[in-house]
Design a protein around this ligand. Structure first.
Ligand code: PGA
Length: 254
């Protein structure tokens, strides 16, 4: 399976950042561009501008959220259709920061995913346990419940990526052991197989996210069932994002 390396810029970036994809192109070799799917998910104001400003960049773009309704009186929201209209191909849904700060539930993420698929977007649906849950031995159950609740029945290998992001690893420099990541990703693949059948489940990329850096990317991406990475901090500088992309070039994830 192709590795998908996605940048989550969160609430970082001004218009000058529209130059970053061109900067990235300079740093990448043809083999990496050929073999790895690169995605940048900037804040909304940049997303709308970037497609127009960036030509021939070796990346596709995505949003960090969308609303479940097509249109309506929802001040401050952006629909999946509107995201698609910018030229974006992806949308991140259910990131733990949205679950935490905007109280997003599995049911809402599920409804957003249905809307996103209807708009032709590929959803990157995030799941992951808190430190408390992990220490209580509940990580597997929590992730299983999030997968059950957040993924709609219309999920296919073409329209969905699952991102496993343990909350305690996001922005902290802490990373689970390689064995823990391997176990969790195999568990996620098993849940997807139970729910969607083997051929669909095998086509769904499972990203790891949480403190991925150039120094640990190759080890993480070499783990079976790790089909890419969702990257926050290390995606803000193009040299570290490019280094992670190059690490992805050599792994097919299965
Ligand atoms: P991080 O963020 O790479 O800074 O840990 C990952 C994420 O939140 O998607």
């Amino acid at each position: 399976m192709r590795q998908v390396i996605a940048a989550n810029w969160k609430m970082h970036g001004d218009f000058s950042w529209a130059a970053k994809p061109a900067e990235l192109a300079e740093l990448l070799d043809a083999d990496t561009i050929d073999k790895v799917d690169l995605v940048i998910c900037p804040p909304m104001h940049l997303l709308a501008a970037m497609e127009a400003m960036v030509e021939d960049a070796p990346v596709t773009f995505g949003a960090q959220n969308c609303h479940a309704e097509t249109s309506g009186a929802y001040t401050g929201e952006v629909s999946a259709q509107m995201v698609a209209e910018t030229g974006a191909a992806y949308v991140i849904l259910g990131h733990s920061e949205r679950r935490q700060y905007s109280a997003e539930t599995d049911a809402q993420v599920n409804a957003k995913a249905i809307a996103a698929h209807a708009a032709g977007l590929i959803t990157i649906i995030c799941v992951g346990e808190s430190l408390d849950m992990r220490e209580a031995g509940r990580a597997d159950d929590i992730v299983a419940a999030q997968i059950k609740g957040s993924l709609p029945d219309c999920v296919t290998g073409m329209n969905t990526i699952v991102a496993y992001e343990p909350i305690w690893a996001i922005g902290t420099g802490k990373v689970p052991s390689l064995d823990d990541i391997a176990r969790m990703h195999a568990g996620i693949r098993a849940r997807l197989t139970e729910r969607f059948g083997e051929s669909t489940a095998d086509g769904i990329a499972i990203q790891y996210g949480g403190s991925v850096k150039p120094a640990n990317a190759a080890d993480i991406l070499a783990i079976p069932n790790v089909d890419g990475a969702l990257i926050g901090g290390a995606s803000l500088e193009m040299d570290s994002f490019a280094a992670i992309a190059k690490a992805a070039r050599d792994y097919d994830g299965l």
